[in-house]
Design a protein around this ligand. Structure first.
Ligand code: NAD
Ligand code: GLY
Length: 360
């Protein structure tokens, strides 16, 4: 097992990365306030991993309540969030009960928001079970649900006490979901870690074959990057926004196409190609850089062009982005491979050209 630390003063927490982690109650127990937990999972992950977690907690004499949510991005909404509160209240969970999210980013984001708000905040542990959630969403304390007009529009910053990334859970992950997770892995190389980008160019097939050592390295390197950024800028006053490379375009695709039709990672890959194209139009990236990025996403089986949608609709949806300031769109762009910047001065026609160049 490898352990990283998210350094946030008194709210610092460890990320354990390894195999068969949540069968070991001694990793979880020190983080519980009382011998009571509520587990939030969904109807896909629950049948695979809930029993193992419950048995481990039971062996440590910890009692559990369980909320099983319907699966999918389409359920990342108020109604489904309320199912968590229904369970917590019906089973008289207390402010000291620890909430454990067992699942991918959808479960993690919703459980985290529930933990942030139930009785004004209860302790929270992330057990991410997708590549995307192990490399990104379980770390850093962003929690949210979607609104029909925009992705992740309602939420809170709320840090977990512990993240347990058990890479054995990736054995059961569908190929399409593994590939979607790779989009966020590639993102770290692009925004701040050129050596990692090169490593990915040399080792992508190992990740697709689910080589355990390669996966553990990619999860650790991604989390190390994310932990550094979050420690420097927890509430996204500056640098943290760089983690949103491709997301402004990508969120427009996810919202415009209907939540769940494009996977988040797929939309991020296509959105990153739009951001890269805009960076090329600004004279920052060369055509060779674009080809290199496109080749890596292509090898990962990710889309390199966005959904067919009128450019006006892209721009309208992008106007809801959380990085909009005083009505002005701020985009994460690439000065070079391995160095992202926030840019608030792209002319609308240039943004439209980048979208059109990378639109199906
Ligand atoms: P997801 O949670 O929908 O999981 C993908 C699918 O895999 C689901 O059907 C899920 O039930 C299934 N699944 C999960 N673990 C499995 C396993 N081990 N074996 C088999 N099936 C499994 O999607 P995701 O890609 O994990 O997360 C996407 C979400 O994360 C989006 O809502 C996105 O907005 C959010 N996100 C949040 C942050 C953040 O910082 N909070 C960062 C990135 C993404
Ligand atoms: N996934 C972007 C962030 O955590 O800031």
């Amino acid at each position: 097992m490898r352990t990283l630390n998210v350094a946030l003063g008194s709210r610092s927490y460890p990320i354990h990365i390894g195999q068969d982690l949540f069968a070991d109650p001694s990793l979880i127990q020190p983080f519980l306030k009382t011998r009571r937990v509520a587990i939030v999972t969904n109807d896909v992950v629950g049948p695979l991993y809930l029993k193992r977690l419950e048995e481990a907690l039971d062996a440590a004499d910890v009692s559990t309540s369980v909320a099983v949510l319907p699966d999918g991005e389409a359920h990342k909404d108020w109604q489904t969030l309320n199912l968590i509160f229904d369970k917590l209240l019906a089973e008289r969970c207390e402010r000291s009960t620890t909430l454990i999210a067992l699942g991918g980013g959808v479960v993690g984001d919703m459980a985290g928001f529930a933990a942030a708000t139930y009785q004004r905040g209860m302790p929270f542990i992330q057990i991410p079970t997708t590549l995307l959630s192990q490399v990104d969403s379980s770390v850093g304390g962003k929690t949210a649900i979607n609104h029909p007009l925009g992705k992740n529009m309602i939420g809170a910053f709320y840090q977990p006490k512990l993240v347990l990334a058990d890479i054995r859970t990736l054995d059961t992950l569908p190929d399409r979901e593994l590939r979607a997770g790779l989009a966020e892995v590639i993102k770290y190389g692009l925004i701040r870690d050129p050596a990692f980008f090169e490593w990915l160019e040399g080792n992508l097939e190992k990740l697709l074959e689910r080589d355990a050592d390669a996966l553990a390295f990619a999860v650790e390197r991604s989390c190390a990057n994310k932990a550094e950024v979050v420690a420097a800028d927890e509430t996204e006053q500056g640098e943290r926004a760089l983690l949103n490379l491709g997301h402004t375009f990508g969120h427009a695709i996810e919202t415009g196409m209907g939540y769940g039709n494009w996977l988040h990672g797929e939309a991020v890959a296509a959105g990153t190609m739009m951001a890269a194209e805009l960076s090329r139009l600004l004279g920052w990236l060369s055509s060779a850089d674009i080809a290199r990025i496109e080749a890596l996403f292509g090898r990962a089986g990710l889309p390199v062009v966005g959904a067919k949608m009128p450019v006006e609709q892209y721009l309208d949806l992008m106007a809801h982005d959380k990085k909009v300031e005083a009505g002005k769109l701020r985009l994460v762009l690439l000065r070079q491979i391995g160095r992202a910047v926030i840019h608030g001065n792209s002319a609308a026609p240039m943004i439209a050209s980048a979208i059109t160049a990378r639109c199906a």
